[in-house]
Design a protein. Structure first.
Lengths: 114, 114
């Protein structure tokens, strides 16, 4: 397995501000992903964080709203920009190794937007 | 979320067996997963099964896969109060989209009564 540290664990933010969530893995991983879990809903993939290049976004998610960085094989950030109450969710970082069928998750960031 | 369905709630007595069911629609699913989410925590990978298998057992956990009916179940033997959590069914498939993308159900809240 992989040890995934995600910060902050929770935050309460004002509408119109931005929050950057960090994901640190204890070893190099090939793939890093960002998921969103809206209240009472299943998890939805936001994007794949690509090392050294732009992230690959899923339908319905755009870079301007959710800019992602991945400067190396152990670290990634997700920014939730210009937040509104609809962005209140749990955001989860997940990782997989090359050829690995296992996807591991961080503990998540509980975001509340007022 | 609509591609993977599971019942939302299950209550059992401590010591009984729990069976959580899941159905999915994609016949090209390669791996199917069960994750556990405790309050305030991220997702913990419990077990997974390759689509060419029909059963996998791991201590108190038994996964059954009926590929013809696209039905997956998780049986927890001798259920304990510590098993109370939300259980997510997820599947991965080669849909021509993102490698490592999982499709999740909405989760089954398992409550274990002492």
């Amino acid at each position: 397995s992989a040890v995934i540290s995600q910060k902050p664990s929770r935050d309460i933010c004002q509408r119109g501000t931005s929050l950057t969530i960090q994901c640190q893995v204890d070893s190099q991983v090939t793939m890093m992903f960002w998921y969103r879990q809206q209240p009472g809903q299943s998890l939805t993939l936001i994007a794949t964080a690509n090392q050294g290049s732009e992230a690959t976004y899923e339908s319905g998610f755009v870079i301007d709203k959710f800019p992602i960085s991945r400067p190396n094989l152990t670290f990634s950030t997700l920014t939730v920009s210009n937040m509104s109450p609809e962005d209140s969710s749990i955001y989860l970082c997940s990782v997989a190794r090359a050829g690995g069928e296992k996807l591991f998750f961080g503990s998540g960031t509980q975001l509340s937007v007022l | 979320g609509e591609d993977v369905e599971q019942s939302l709630f299950l209550s059992v007595r401590e010591g009984d067996s729990s069976v959580i069911n899941c159905t999915y629609t994609d016949s090209s699913s390669t791996y199917l997963y069960w994750y556990k989410q405790e309050p305030g925590a991220g997702l913990q990978l419990l077990t997974y099964i390759f689509s060419n298998m029909d059963m996998k057992q791991d201590q108190r956990l038994t996964v059954l896969l009926n590929k013809k009916d696209k039905h997956l179940s998780l049986r927890i033997a001798d259920t304990q109060t510590g098993d109370s959590a939300i259980y997510f069914c997820a599947e991965s498939s080669d849909r021509g989209s993102t490698l490592g993308r999982l499709y999740f159900g909405r989760g089954t809240q398992l409550t274990v009564w002492p």
